[in-house]
Ligand binder design. Structure first.
Ligand code: KIV
Ligand code: NA
Length: 275
């Protein structure tokens, strides 16, 4: 069954946990979808894990549309959420609505995600008014890395914790259908989850959230630049890939690959004429 913002709301009402992962291409989206994932995020983490940038700031609308469309072709049942990249929604409400619309129109996403709290609520309301569901994103918001001065847990002081709860309520009021909580103390994330009626999706935010999300290269052990504390390794695909690549290279060098079963035949009669 196709997941929608309505099935996400229903999951929270019924206490059913939501499982999300990122994907950036057709084949991975198809595998996640077939495994029964509830939602797939085309995250701007694309910048880190696919494009090799140090942060997410250089990711463009064109990058997001290109990868979102690929994911959309691979996923049948998952809710497809596409990140709005840095500077695609901050400058004006008009630009925010137009860019959100492009992620649906050209990227074939079902909804968009953008970072920030009360300060982006005018954009959230306008995008929602255009018929585009919005997922919020609070806590460690990587597009603000230069303002944070590094990747740190957010909401630890009383003032920061109160602001986080207030931002979550503001996003809900502006019409957000769900909120990602990234790198937030588990007990604070549980408080936020109780404070709003929309599902919270945690990453480094503990089991008290209504759902979880991970970057798939992190949880499959495919990304070695850094490994955040919250990124449990569910499989060692990176090792399997290294092993497979190494076997291929040595078989090519030894001449044992390709074997006869991997090759095509030509009629001996035709061949004779060529000599
Ligand atoms: O870009 C991303 O992958 C994200 C998730 C980590 C929530 O925003
Ligand atoms: Na993101």
């Amino acid at each position: 069954m196709k997941n929608t913002v309505a099935t996400f709301a229903q999951a929270k009402a019924e206490g059913r946990k939501l499982a999300m992962l990122t994907a950036y291409d057709y084949s991975t989206a198809k595998l996640e979808d077939e495994a029964g994932i509830d939602g797939i995020l085309i995250g701007d983490s694309l910048g880190n894990v696919v494009l090799g940038y140090e942060d997410t700031l250089s990711v463009t609308m064109e990058d997001m549309i290109h990868h979102s469309a690929a994911v959309a072709r691979g996923a049948k049942n998952a809710l497809i959420v596409c990140d709005m990249p840095f500077l695609s929604y901050e400058v004006s409400i008009e630009e925010a609505v137009r860019n959100a619309g492009r992620l649906l129109k050209e990227g074939r996403a079902n909804c968009v995600k953008l970072e920030g709290g009360r300060e982006v609520c005018p954009q959230v309301s306008a995008i929602v008014a255009a018929g585009i569901p919005v997922m919020g994103h609070l806590g460690l918001t990587p597009q603000s890395i230069n303002a944070f001065g590094g990747f740190k847990v957010q909401g630890k002081s009383e003032a920061a914790a109160r602001k986080l709860i207030d931002d979550a309520k503001a996003l809900e009021e502006a019409g957000a259908f769900a909120i990602v909580l990234e790198c937030v103390p588990a007990k604070l994330a549980a408080l936020v989850t109780k404070a709003v009626n929309v599902p919270t999706i945690g990453i480094g935010a503990g089991a008290g959230c209504d759902g979880q999300i991970l970057v798939y290269q992190d949880m499959l052990g495919m990304f070695s630049d850094f490994c955040p504390k919250f990124a449990k390794r569910f499989a060692n695909v990176g090792e399997a890939m290294r092993g497979g690549f190494a076997s291929y290279i040595s078989e090519v060098r030894e001449g044992t690959f390709p074997a006869p079963e991997h090759t095509f035949k030509i009629d001996e009669e035709v061949l004779e004429k060529l000599y």
